[in-house]
Unconditional design. Sequence first.
Length: 201
Amino acid sequence: MRMKAEKGNFGYLKKKRTRVLLWTLLCFGVSLALFFTGIITTGTRKNLLTIVAVLGLLPASKSAVSLVLLFLAKGCSEEDRDRIEKIPQTFLSLYDMYFTSYEKNFSLSHMIVTDGIVLGYAADPKCDTKACAGHITDRLKMSGIKKVTVTITEDLSKYLSMTETLSKKLEGKTEENKTEEGEAESGREDEIRDVLFEISL
């Protein structure tokens, strides 16, 4: 059975890129087919099918814009994923996140969300990590989620070190604390994840 590409999973951008490419080609293909069918059957471009074909270009063009952004987005490499997954995943882990804003776009290979902390790793050297952290922080605040520390780095070794430190900190919590705070923290992580999904491709 074919696996559905889900946001946050490794390889998501690549799978979505293929899906959007096929959809874009289909939309343009249908519009062109309708346009030429109208000319062949009526002998002129002034017919109802031409109008339908032009209207069909609207979703096709929108899909083409998304496709361009997806080709610009850099997903996580297998090498980076292997290094990241060596650290115990005691937190919400997100791969292939591409955020868009009015001024800039930000491609992050991996992110973790836990305990009021959002860490992100950008393998793309063109990613403005400071602006990315500010963008995510602002959008979280706009959604009513405050007191979240957002840190984005392009240094994988530094990212892995921060991730490992955080993982050990979480493992050090007593079982009692985990029971009392676990549900509340899990719900907050889900809220943060939902916002991250809303503002990314």
